[in-house]
Design a protein around this ligand. Structure first.
Ligand SMILES: NC(=O)c1ccc[n+]([C@@H]2O[C@H](COP(=O)([O-])OP(=O)(O)OC[C@H]3O[C@@H](n4cnc5c(N)ncnc54)[C@H](O)[C@@H]3O)[C@@H](O)[C@H]2O)c1
Length: 442
């Protein structure tokens, strides 16, 4: 056996043993919606976990046992911090002591719909400074296929270490669904693909220590593409059903009834629902990484562009509907008071990133409406023209000329709102059980 092979075997085996006996020191870079729940899962599994974030206030809150993510309970953080299983820092030099590093930093799109890799690059620059033999690095940020091997690998290899022998590199897409009570980090199957077979094996072994199901795939590119397929699948199906909703409107057909009846087919159909537009950090953004990359490969991602276009029309469609409904009730949109019920991008969460409610508010204001909002999870929103504070839902909807249900939070009591509102535009079919002349459905 050559020295190189035996070194490789020993480094990989050592890390594998540390993972099996829970002595591996785990690092999570980026303590947001993805990174913090992951840190908690590994700390719960008995590992010593260090979270690294640039934002001092987040680090302080974690070390004080105070959660800022809705799906993570403060009591759990406090218990883990007290037990010495979880700590947070802004200091990247701890990487020198860590055996594994998961990168969970943001990957936004630039205004031009090009991927913004600057967060990944700056995190990897810091990791490279403190990289060491025996380290397993896993990128979890959603990105274009090729990022791990084309962007991250050269940065970590610049240390002189060889991937698959001295250090190990994987991509594993994050599938977290904020606010989902049934599926959370622990029981969502985890796909992982490595740069070499040894990387994949270690990556799979790593996740198996804390998560229920691990799905190894043959490469980082397959793993990156899995996430984009999943999100593109949703983007396109939502685009299709949004287009059908616009067609049904012209033909006076109830799209919700159509979908419910189609969903009785026991095979070959999966229901998707129309809505006021896409929101969040994933579905409106991720497929455009794929379209950007495929353009470079000489293939236009036509389905993605078309679905993106249709979904972007939905806030306009909703505002048209509000205007038409007001006109039918003898009111002009200019000067009317429109109340928005729910501004989070989806039900039962507090996140307004890319929320269609923000577009709808902006479009209504541009048409001269006076707009208010209420949301049990969101006390205020930042608009271009300043901060808007939420108001009382029932009181304000009974004063408004029109109320628009943009987010159908589960706790909303609709009966008094329906009884007291002049006009309600329901973009989520939240009022499916109500029959009233003042309800206009999408
Ligand atoms: N939120 C979701 O539902 C979701 C689901 C699946 C995938 N993702 C993907 O996961 C990634 C992270 O998303 P998120 O929602 O957790 O983002 P987030 O904004 O909630 O959290 C990211 C964290 O990274 C920190 N950060 C930024 N640059 C850093 C750096 N160089 N070093 C250390 N910390 C840094 C930020 O301060 C922030 O706390 C993104 O690529 C996103 O597309 C998100």
């Amino acid at each position: 056996m050559t020295t190189a092979t035996s070194t490789f075997a020993s480094i990989a085996d050592q890390l594998s043993d540390k993972l099996s006996n829970k002595t591996a020191r785990i690092g999570i870079i980026g303590l947001g919606y993805v990174g913090l729940p992951l840190a908690v899962e590994f700390a719960n599994a008995g590992f010593s976990v260090t979270g690294i974030d640039l934002i001092q206030s987040k680090v302080e809150r974690i070390n004080a046992g105070d959660s800022y993510i809705q799906d993570v309970r403060s009591a759990d953080i406090a218990r883990l911090v007290q037990a010495g299983k979880l700590r947070a820092t802004t200091d990247f030099s701890v990487v020198a002591e860590l055996d594994t590093i998961n990168i969970c930093v943001p990957t936004p799109l630039r205004k031009t719909k090009d991927p913004d890799m600057s967060f990944i690059v700056s995190a990897c620059q810091e990791i490279a400074k403190f990289a060491h033999p025996g380290m397993l690095a896993i990128l979890e940020s959603t990105t274009y296929p090729g990022t791990t091997d084309e962007l991250v690998l050269p940065m970590l290899s610049s240390t002189g270490m060889q991937v698959g022998r001295d250090f190990f590199l994987c991509f594993s897409p994050e599938r977290v669904d904020p606010g989902n009570p049934k599926f959370q980090t622990r029981n969502i199957p985890k796909v992982v693909g490595g740069t070499t077979p040894a990387c994949t094996q270690l990556g799979a072994h790593f996740y198996a220590q804390a998560l229920e199901t691990v799905v190894p795939v043959s490469s980082t590119q397959v793993s990156e593409m899995v996430k984009l397929l999943e999100n593109t699948f949703r983007l396109i199906n939502i685009g299709l059903v949004n287009e059908l909703a616009m067609m049904c409107e012209r033909m006076s057909i109830n799209i919700w009834e159509v979908i419910d009846a189609a969903a009785t087919k026991p095979f070959g159909f999966m229901p998707f629902y129309p809505g006021p537009g896409l929101g969040g950090h994933c579905i409106p953004i991720d497929p455009f990484y794929l379209s950007w990359k495929s353009k470079q490969a000489g293939i236009e991602a036509r389905f993605i562009e078309l679905a993106g276009y249709i979904n972007c029309q939905m806030p306009h469609f909703v505002v048209e509907k509000v205007q038409n409904a007001l006109n039918d009730f003898g009111k002009a949109i200019k000067g009317s008071h429109v109340h928005i019920l729910g501004v989070a991008y989806k039900r039962d969460i507090d996140d307004v990133r890319e929320s269609p409610a923000l577009d709808i508010i902006h479009l209504l204001q541009r048409r001269g409406a006076k707009v208010t909002f209420s949301d049990p999870y969101v006390p205020s929103i930042r608009m271009d023209n300043g901060v808007m504070l939420g108001v009382d839902a029932l009181e304000t909807s009974s004063q408004a000329d029109a109320t628009v249900i943009v987010t159908d939070h589960g706790a909303t009591d609709y009966a008094p709102i329906v009884a007291n509102s002049r006009l309600i535009v329901d973009t989520r079919n939240a009022l499916r059980a109500f029959r009233s002349a003042n309800i206009i459905r999408l």
